[in-house]
Design a protein around this ligand. Structure first.
Ligand code: NDP
Length: 615
């Protein structure tokens, strides 16, 4: 049934045990024993795919040898929210460092055709009220998001602190100076009192480890470094008019490829979409922002909306709480609320609620499979494009043009699930299902180093704390933190993102909260004349024990998912994974606790030391 996201009736009559069994079969045929090791790093021959900025010329400069209060590693949403938190806390003397040529992080690097945020921009784009900014549509274009990053940076004076085209290579604690040595690819050695690692999870592109990948003589590039010189068009006007006589293949059918493929279909002579696991793709029904509605919003609306989205996507809507978001991300909660409302909000246990949520999950995923079947004309192609896993095993997508693209005569789906990926690349193209496909260009929509292997994800060597202890060794068996943001043995170092903290369904909201907390701790330490601040071993142990005592065990769900970076490619042997160990009672409970901790003003659990006073 093709329906608007807001009015899709739940499908009924699904054979859930049979569907569950099918999910497991589909998972098993995709699990590769090499797990994350199947991917090639963007290093060596492929280093340019990570290190070179094709968009902004690099301005030569001398190496910097300087002292500063803070170095923030990363100028994407995460680093910007940390920098904002530092400024709010009164810290002005810091660098925000990034190897990009401007603010934006993933929104700077990713300029591929069709790029938009694919969850509600009114939640996702941070500090909208503070910057008096109205997104032009619900799912905003990538270049608009990057421009809004520039607006944030100008509003809060972040350009004064920025150090672009600078890749941090090493972080080493100096116990004599009580500072971090921050070394970079530009020969800098910055002595920072504090360092904040704010590099986000989608920082470093990765490539599929296909045998013969180096043999291919045609054009290759990663979607995170789109080559408009080759394809024609540009970021704001992706008319790929140089592809008319080209045979193009794209590897991957994740959130990025779903946005790119319709553009390739429209312009390229021949397109091969190489798929191992299909995404779920709903109707997008993107709409321009209704000016009257936007102007009617009352102060505080964005935080309220973010809270509502978080409830619908990660927790549960309270009785009578409306779903403000009204898209695929909130459909399960929306449907479930409607059912419970019709039953007069019965008093059900958490377990009963989760069981009903699971049933609704099957019904929504079945709706998405039927949607695919109704749009894609060729039954075999439609069958191969159906997602067989639970909602949120992979990122849910929406796109009005993706499925219709497979009805074009110049587009072919190449399903490689049975061989767990492309068999080989050759000088002229690639081999899949025993056939060689000759192509001019291979585009890798193969994702990022979102992996348990932190040294791959961060690409900083060393990260060495007290007595040279490596963070990669110290955390080899999982995160060990206090409040998810500091760790014993690594004074004055802060972490962000998915560690052992509260996580909001809106990433930028998590980063704002972490920026606020880090700004508070760093400014308090400076005000108190401290040169080091570090969690005590006891406080860290107690925090981890408490975190685990309230943890929500979702391992059954994660293990049953088809492999992807969401579940460390199906390898559950390592404790840490992309989503870390989030605070079980939820983001807002965590926030309230941190607020109370800050209000107490005692920095409980942290040890501070001051410079010895000369006799
Ligand atoms: P993903 O990691 O989600 O997808 C990578 C794709 O490459 C998968 O389809 C994967 O298949 C495929 N692949 C990898 N190796 C092989 C192989 N050897 N043979 C065939 N296929 C292979 O990367 P994306 O860039 O799509 O998305 C990453 C994240 O970026 C998203 O999850 C999202 O968080 C973010 N994003 C956000 C957007 C937004 O808000 N607008 C838009 C785009 C991305 P398999 O699934 O089988 O592993």
């Amino acid at each position: 049934m093709i329906c608007q996201p807001t009015d899709c009736p739940p499908i009924s009559g699904i054979d859930i045990p049979a569907t569950r069994a099918k999910y497991l079969v589909e998972r098993d045929r995709r699990i590769r024993k090499e797990a994350n090791a199947q991917y090639i790093e963007a290093a060596g021959d492929f280093a340019d795919m990570y290190e070179v900025d094709p968009y902004t010329p690099v301005t030569p400069r001398d190496p910097i040898s300087a002292r500063t209060d803070v170095v923030v590693l990363g100028a994407g949403y995460c680093g910007m929210m940390v920098a904002h938190g530092l400024k709010q806390a009164g810290i002005e003397d810091f660098y925000i460092v990034d190897h990009a040529g401007d603010f934006g992080g993933t929104w700077y690097w990713n300029r591929y055709p069709g790029i938009q945020c694919d969850n509600d921009a009114y939640c996702y784009m941070p500090l909208l009220e503070e910057t008096s900014y109205m997104p032009s549509k619900k799912f905003t274009d990538g270049y608009e998001i990057q421009q809004h990053c520039q607006i944030i940076a100008r509003t809060f004076g972040l350009y004064d602190n920025a150090l672009f085209h600078t890749l941090i290579r090493g972080l080493r604690w100096d116990g004599q100076l009580n500072r971090w040595h921050v070394t970079t690819n530009r020969g800098d050695d910055i002595e920072a009192r504090f360092v904040v690692i704010a590099n986000g999870p989608l920082n470093k592109p990765k490539l599929p480890g296909i045998p013969g990948i180096q043999d291919f003589k045609g054009k290759i590039f990663h979607t995170a470094r789109w080559d408009y010189g080759y394809t024609g068009g540009e970021w704001k006007n992706p008319v790929l008019d140089k592809l008319g006589d080209k045979k193009v293949a794209i590897i991957g059918t994740g959130a990025t490829a779903i946005q790119v493929v319709p553009h390739l279909g429209r312009y390229a002579g021949q397109v091969y979409v190489i798929q191992r696991t299909p995404s779920s793709v709903d109707l997008r029904a993107n709409k321009p922002t209704d000016l009257e509605w936007f102007q009617s919003l009352k102060p505080g609306w964005q935080q309220e909306r973010i809270r509502n989205f978080h409830h619908a996507a990660m927790e549960r809507l309270a009785p009578g709480e409306p779903d403000l978001i009204q898209d695929i991300w909130t459909e399960i909660s929306r449907n479930l609320s409607a059912e419970l409302e019709a039953e007069g909000w019965p008093d059900i246990t958490v377990e009963e609620f989760m069981q009903r949520r699971e049933v609704m999950d099957y019904r929504v995923m079945e709706r998405l499979r039927r949607r695919c079947e109704e749009i894609v004309a060729d039954p075999a192609t439609a069958e191969a494009l159906k997602p067989w896993y639970r909602f949120l095993c992979k990122r849910p997508c929406s796109n009005d043009d993706y499925y219709p693209t497979f009805n074009r005569p110049n587009v072919e789906l190449v399903d490689v699930a049975s061989t767990q990926g492309v068999e080989r690349m050759t000088e002229k193209g690639f081999i899949a299902n025993g056939r060689e496909y000759e192509i001019d260009c291979m585009i890798f929509a193969s994702g990022y180093e979102v992996t348990n292997e932190l040294h791959r994800r961060w690409a900083i060597e060393p990260v060495a704390g007290r007595d040279g202890l490596s963070i990669y060794d110290y955390w080899a068996d999982g995160f060990k933190t206090f409040q998810g943001m500091m760790t014993n043995g690594f004074p004055n170092l802060f972490f962000t993102g998915f560690t052992q903290a509260g996580v909001n369904a809106t990433n930028s909201a998590t980063f704002i909260a972490q920026g606020r907390h880090i700004g508070y701790i760093a400014s308090e330490a400076l005000k108190r004349g401290a040169v080091t601040v570090e969690p005590t071993q006891e406080a860290q142990d107690a925090y981890i024990a408490q975190l685990r005592s309230v943890a929500v065990d979702n391992s059954d769900f994660v293990e049953a998912c088809t492999p992807s970076y969401f579940n460390n490619e199906g390898d559950q042997t390592k404790k840490r994974h992309i989503f870390g160990e989030p605070w079980g009672p939820g983001f807002y409970d965590f926030e309230d606790r941190l607020q109370r901790w800050r209000d107490a003003g005692t920095l409980e659990g942290l040890a501070l030391t001051c410079e010895p006073v000369a006799a």
